[in-house]
Every structure is written in C-alpha cells, then in structure tokens.
Ligand binder design. Sequence first.
Ligand code: GUN
Length: 291
Amino acid sequence: MTAPTTARLIDGNALAKKTRAEVARRVARLAEHGHRPGLAVILVGHNPASQVYVKHKVADCESVGMHSVLDRHPETLPEAELLARIRALNADPDIHGILVQLPLPRHIDANKVIETISPAKDVDGFHVASAGALMIGRPGFKACTPYGCMKMLESIGCDPKGKHAVVIGRSNIVGKPMAMMLLQASATVTVCHSATPDLAHHTKQADIVVVAVGKRNVLTADMVKPGAVIIDVGMNRDDHGKLCGDVDFAGVSVVAGAITPVPGGVGPMTRAMLLVNTIEAAEHALAIPNA
Ligand code: GUN
C-alpha cells in the first residue's frame, strides 16, 4: 500500500506577512515625499462580526504605517447622513480609500452606499465601476478576497492559464469577481451555485477549485481530482466551535495537490489585499507610482 499523499499547504499567514512588508515599504516611500496613505472604515450598527473585522482593518493599517479613521455610527443612522459622510470623505485629500463595512442595517440601501463611494477610493472593489472594469479587463480595484486568492495561486506557481477552474458560489463579493479574475488569467471557468444539480460532476474535472459558499463540507475528497489546487474561502464553526472552512480539509488534503487551511489561509490574504488596494489608491492620487 502506498502512503497517502498530503497536499501542499498554502500558507496565507506567511504570504500576508510578505505582502504587508511590501506595502510598508511603499508607505515609507510615500513618507519620503511627505505623504501618508489614509483609509476610512465606516461601521454602522453593532454587528459583532463586523466590529471584529473593522478592528482588524484599522490595526492592519497601523502595522504598515498607514493612517486610518474608524467612523462608527448608530444602527439608526439615516441613509442620507451616511451618503453625506461618504461624500465628505470622497473630497478629503488625506483619505485615499473608503470602506463601508457590510452588512448595513435594513433601512439603508447598500448599493446606493457603495455607488456613492468615489471609484478612485473604492478599495473594496465593490463599486459597479470596479466590477465593470474587471469584467472588461480594464484597470480598477479588485475585490480583496478573490484578489488574495489569485495571489495565493501565484505563490505556489499555479498559473490558471489553460486550466479548468471551478468556482462554487456566485456572490458579488467573492464568486463572481473570482470567476472574472480566473477568466482574465485565461482559465476555463465554471461557476457552480445552489441550483447546480451535480456539483461533483464539475469539481471532479477541475484543476483549481475555489469554494465560497459559507457551509461546511461542501467539498469532500470524492469530489476532487487528484493533484487539484483547492482554495477555501469559507469561515464556519464546527460542532466543537472550532473555525473551519467549506472544505472537508482532512479528507480533501489527502487527494489535493495544494490546499489553503482555515484559519490561516484566505482570511489573512483578504486583509492584506485591502492594504495593497489602499497603497495603490494613494500612489495613484498622489501621482507617485510604485517603484
Ligand atoms: N463584510 C464581509 N466582508 C466584507 C468585505 O470584504 N468588505 C466590506 N466592506 N464588508 C464586508
């Protein structure tokens, strides 16, 4: 009997650390010109997960020498006031990136909010102008999670060109932009979702599988082609309260060629890519390109 192969682990923490170091270098370069990149993070309400996320985002800015503003508002904030605050930040020369943490309270139209952010400061990449630019292969801010996934593929020398990539999930934040980025990188892309009748039929043919559903054990070992690269975007809790992804890691890691762990995979890279987008926004606004 041959020993089971164990997939290569794609270390998101290590790659995020490297990415942050490179951002810190670019921040220091802007400082030599007398500038400091600034990110505004807007939080409306008291969603516990959102509170943790925004705290991390602010701490990440600090860790690379960026300026950040955490703009907290009560759950009852009128939509018009939020839009007015965004317009003020659009005009603020010390702020290069604006992020409105989602979800927003029900009385606020998230699309309207996102579209009020200047595309030049849309470091989340959620604006319809950013999504459209990605769709037609023009420069623009890329959504941080799929952008981080692309960097993880690159880090292991996995070029999507000519490969068959299957994306599970079709959200505007992950699934759709992920599919577009893989297509842009010349992969053949299949997008699967909740109405896909035979998910395994598709995943078994995939060289790359990106799972972004938000449910445990969506991808199991019997659904994976040996040697495939598996990117797990999920963030769930198992029966013991332990963090886990959408992929049955124990089973799939024996079949796959490479796999991202949860935690320590996509999550840290999502955070790092927000810093990359923010430094890019600042360099562009200040007309001091990266060198
Ligand atoms: N809520 C969950 N993920 C995100 C994200 O990446 N950006 C924003 N703005 N809100 C989120």
